[in-house]
Structure formats: structure tokens, C-alpha cells
Ligand binder design. Structure first.
Ligand code: P53
Length: 484
């Protein structure tokens, strides 16, 4: 089992899930700041003030209402693990594990508090400069996601977010500001986190109608153009810049060998997984795009110059998250997978986590081998890990053997893929330090190699404690993947 000598071992986080400090140094609000906690089977909700000034709460902000922080609600992302004030201690721990790369994201509203300003917020730019300089001290390469689930709330409320073409310009200005400010400090970028979620999670909703699909495909088109323009800007500003796409990688299998299931599974891959990667890696819409659009009467605003931008702005590598696989069928099934979102039929050959995510390392190998030959680009696994509850022993330790076992199997699957010729260049495990779950808002859904004393009710000292997986991962990195 051999990993390349310069393999990027590391960990990954996102600003909205770890920074906290939501209202300091000029930062503007985002949707996540007004999102409450969900829990295992409950939805997270956003809070707002209605036009008549009365408070409300729901799946989205109704027309005429304004996102608001209400006094009696708990918002886990506002404080999270306070990485904003503790980044030095946290990065020192990453360095102790031997990280070569740290994937993080920039909070858009720290740089442009409303999103449509001309001039950036200097205090926001300064914060990330300090973070990058700290990483440099330890020779940890930053991998920066420009947009990870947290656009300024003002853009959402005033323009309807990515439904509006003007978003392309705001994003471009934001990205260009970052490429210019951090020239020489950051060379590895990702334009949008899990860009395919827009369509994948819509498809999982039983009641989605054609108008929902119209919006989703249009939002994606504007994001593709914004991403392609950002790739071109990044290359123009610094020839050393490398930019990747980022896909939520869920390997999908037909539940049965009924040809209808096999075909259905192929279509699921096209809609949920290939669609975004194909446009971002190949610079044009694939043949099946028309079939997907026609299925829902979708008619897109696409200009000739958009198409030119897509062609000229293909990504340098393909990055993805991988947690689980799923199974699809055209038949009625009794066993489905629930959890905080519905993921289709239950695969009888797999074990599921407490949150009903399938544990499937072979699915990672499968995904890597498929994408390697589809795009012929370097690949990076930029998220992978096990969300699980951890318990402190009386002596204040966390013996997370279940997490070590999960990570070991997935690293072995990567090694096999590399052995088969796959050009995999890096692995950043998700939530290398415990943080707020994106899906549920829980702290108790922990992924970290480092425990953080913060609980679902917001209590805790925020103390950091290395788990057993911390020392295990340290050995994995020191042996370049030999000592698993
Ligand atoms: P949480 C769903 C399915 C796969 C990946 O997720 C997902 C989601 C969103 O819930 O998101 C990615 O925290 C995402 C991270 C997120 C991580 O997976 O719900 O890029 O921000 O935290 C894990 O357990």
C-alpha cells in the first residue's frame, strides 16, 4: 500500500461550522447565523421578523420578512467552537498531527458583510491573513473553499441569492479580492462546496415540482459561470493557483439487477453527481443535460458568453466529499433510510451509523476509479469521516475506536485505488476538530480527531482534548499511510 511521497494528508473544516464570532470585526449576518438546531430527526429552521414586526420561524424566510436573531432561540453556529479566537491553538494541534494540508473556508460576510459592496472589510481580510501566516509557520498548505454554505444574508434577501444573475458579479468580485489579497500565501482553492447539493437534495424531496427544478438548474448555471470566471481570474492573478470543483460524492448502486433499476441508477448518477462535475471539468453541458431539463420543463437563461466562460474556466482538479453510498430502485421497498434526510433504499449488505449514513469504504474506491477515468484530472478526497457520539472516560480521554476503524477502512480503500492507478493527491478528513454539524446543528454529531468541550445546549468550556484517533492519525501521516 503506497501513497505518493508528496501526498497531502490533512483535515477539513468550514468557517460557518467552526469560527463562531459571528458578529465581530464588521462581519455581516448569514443564513447559518439565524438557523436553529435540529437534532436527529428534526429540521433546522431559520428565524425572522415578519413585515408586521412579529417573530417567525420556518424552512425559509417568507417574502417581506427579514432574517433576525431572536432572543429566545439557540443558534449553534454563532459561537460554534470559537475557532476565530483559538485558531493558533487549533493549528498547533493540526501541526502536531503532522498535517500537510488544512482545508478551510472563508466566511464571505467577513470580507463583504452585505455582499454587494465595492470595498472589502479590512478586518476580515486581516483575520484570514493571520490564519494563513500561522499555517505557513508550520508548513501546512491551505486549501481554501471560497463558498461553503454561508453567503451574506443581504444577498439572499435583496437578490434572492443565486436565482439572480447579478450574483455572478458579486461572487467574482469576492473571489478576485481573495486571490489578490492572499497571492503567495494560498495556491489551492475550491470555488463552491458540494455544488451538486442544490439538485441532489431537491431530488430527495418527495414534493419537489417543476418550478423547484427550474430554480435549482438556473442557480447551478449561474454558479457554474461564477466558478469558471473565478478559475480564470485565479490563473491570471497567479500562475501557481490551482482551483478545484467540489462534489458531494455519494456512490449509488442499483438495489436489484432489474434492468430498470440499473438504468435508474445511471440516471441518478447523471443528475446528482456527474452533471456538475462534467460542466466544471469538461467546460460544457453533457448530452444528457437536455434530457434532465426536459423531464421538468426547465428553460434556462444561458448566454453565448456564459458558454465561452464555461469552456475557458475548467477546473485543475476534482475534489469531493465521501461519507456513504446509497441504493436506488424502481420497486416498492419496505426498508428505507431515514435520518435527517431521506437517502433511498436500505442496502442490506451495509452497516449504518446512528444518523443512518451507510459505512461503505468500497464505495469510495468505486467513486475514485470512476472519476479518475472520467476526467483524467488529479483527485482529492476533501471530506470523509464518521459522525458519532463520543464519551469522555473518567480520566478525561476519548477512546474512539469506531472512528479509527472507519477512517482506516477508507484510507485502505484509497490505497487500493492508488494501486490501481488512480491519481489521488490528497485526503483531508472532515471536521478534524469537532464542530457544528451542517445537517443537524448538533455538536454531539462529532467527526473530530480533537474533542471540543461544547455540548448541544451550548454549554462547555471549549477545551480541546486529543482523542485516540488523534494519535492514530499522527502515526498514519508519519508513516505516509503505512501504519494503519
Ligand atoms: P453533517 C449531507 C450529505 C453529505 C454531505 O455533514 C453533507 C451533507 C449536509 O448535511 O455535507 C458535508 O455535518 C458538508 C459539511 C458537513 C459534512 O458533509 O450534516 O460539506 O459542511 O458538515 C458532514 O454530518
Amino acid at each position: 500500500m503506497q501513497f505518493p511521497a508528496d501526498f497531502y494528508w490533512g483535515g477539513a473544516t468550514a468557517a460557518n461550522q467552526c469560527e463562531g464570532a459571528y458578529d465581530v470585526d464588521g462581519r455581516g449576518l448569514t443564513m447559518k447565523d439565524i438557523t436553529t438546531m435540529g437534532g436527529l430527526n428534526q429540521r433546522r429552521q431559520v428565524t425572522y421578523l415578519q413585515a408586521d414586526g412579529t417573530p417567525g420561524k420556518g424552512d425559509s424566510i417568507p417574502t417581506g420578512a427579514h432574517g433576525a436573531v431572536l432572543p429566545d432561540e439557540y443558534y449553534p453556529n454563532q459561537t460554534s467552537i470559537d475557532f476565530y479566537h483559538r485558531y493558533q491553538e487549533d493549528i498547533a494541534l493540526f501541526a502536531e498531527m503532522g498535517f500537510k494540508m488544512y482545508r478551510m473556508s472563508i466566511s464571505w460576510s467577513r470580507i463583504f458583510p452585505r455582499g454587494d459592496e465595492d470595498e472589502p472589510n479590512q478586518a476580515g481580510l486581516d483575520f484570514y491573513r493571520r490564519v494563513f501566516e500561522t499555517l505557513k509557520k508550520y508548513e501546512i498548505e491551505p486549501l481554501v473553499t471560497i463558498s461553503h454554505f454561508d453567503m451574506p444574508l443581504h444577498l439572499e434577501e435583496t437578490y434572492g441569492g443565486w436565482n439572480d444573475r447579478r450574483m455572478i458579479g458579486f461572487y467574482q468580485h469576492y473571489a478576485e479580492t481573495l486571490f489578490t489579497a492572499y497571492r503567495g500565501l494560498v495556491k489551492h482553492w475550491i470555488t463552491f462546496n458540494e455544488i451538486n447539493n442544490t439538485i441532489m437534495f431537491l431530488a430527495l424531496r418527495a414534493n419537489a415540482d417543476d418550478a423547484d427544478y427550474q430554480r435549482a438548474y438556473q442557480q447551478l448555471h449561474y454558479q457554474f459561470v461564477a466558478s469558471a470566471l473565478a478559475v480564470q481570474q485565479a490563473h491570471a492573478i497567479d500562475g501557481e493557483n490551482k482551483v478545484g470543483c467540489m462534489i458531494c460524492g455519494i456512490t449509488s448502486y442499483p438495489l436489484t439487477c432489474d434492468p430498470a433499476d440499473v438504468l435508474q441508477n445511471r440516471y441518478v448518477w447523471e443528475q446528482n453527481i456527474y452533471y456538475c462535475g462534467d460542466v466544471q471539468c469538461q467546460g460544457q453541458y453533457p448530452t444528457y443535460a437536455r434530457r434532465l431539463w426536459n423531464e421538468h420543463q426547465v428553460d434556462l437563461d444561458i448566454t453565448d458568453s456564459d458558454l465561452e466562460a464555461l469552456k475557458a474556466g475548467t477546473v485543475d482538479w476534482y475534489t469531493f466529499s465521501y461519507y456513504m453510498s446509497t441504493a436506488v430502485t424502481t420497486h416498492e421497498v419496505s426498508a428505507t433510510v431515514g435520518g435527517n434526510f431521506s437517502m433511498g433504499a436500505r442496502n442490506p449488505y451495509l452497516q449504518y451509523s446512528e444518523w443512518e449514513w451507510a459505512d461503505d469504504p468500497a464505495g469510495l474506491q468505486y467513486y475514485l476509479e470512476v472519476m479518475n477515468d472520467r476526467y483524467h484530472l488529479p483527485l482529492m478526497v476533501v471530506e470523509n469521516g464518521l459522525g458519532a457520539k463520543d464519551y469522555l472516560t473518567v480520566d478525561g480521554q476519548i477512546h474512539d475506536v469506531y472512528r479509527i476503524s472507519y477512517l482506516r477502512k477508507h484510507i485502505q480503500a484509497m490505497a487500493t485505488a492508488i494501486h490501481h492507478g488512480v491519481k489521488l493527491i490528497g485526503y483531508t478528513s472532515w471536521g478534524c476538530i469537532d464542530l457544528v454539524s451542517a445537517g443537524t446543528g448538533q455538536m454531539s454529531k462529532r467527526y473530530g480527531l480533537i474533542y471540543v468541550d461544547r455540548q448541544d445546549d451550548g454549554s462547555g468550556t471549549l477545551a480541546r482534548i486529543p482523542k485516540d484517533s488523534f494519535y492514530w492519525y499522527q502515526r498514519v501521516i508519519a508513516s505516509n499511510g503505512q501504519d494503519l
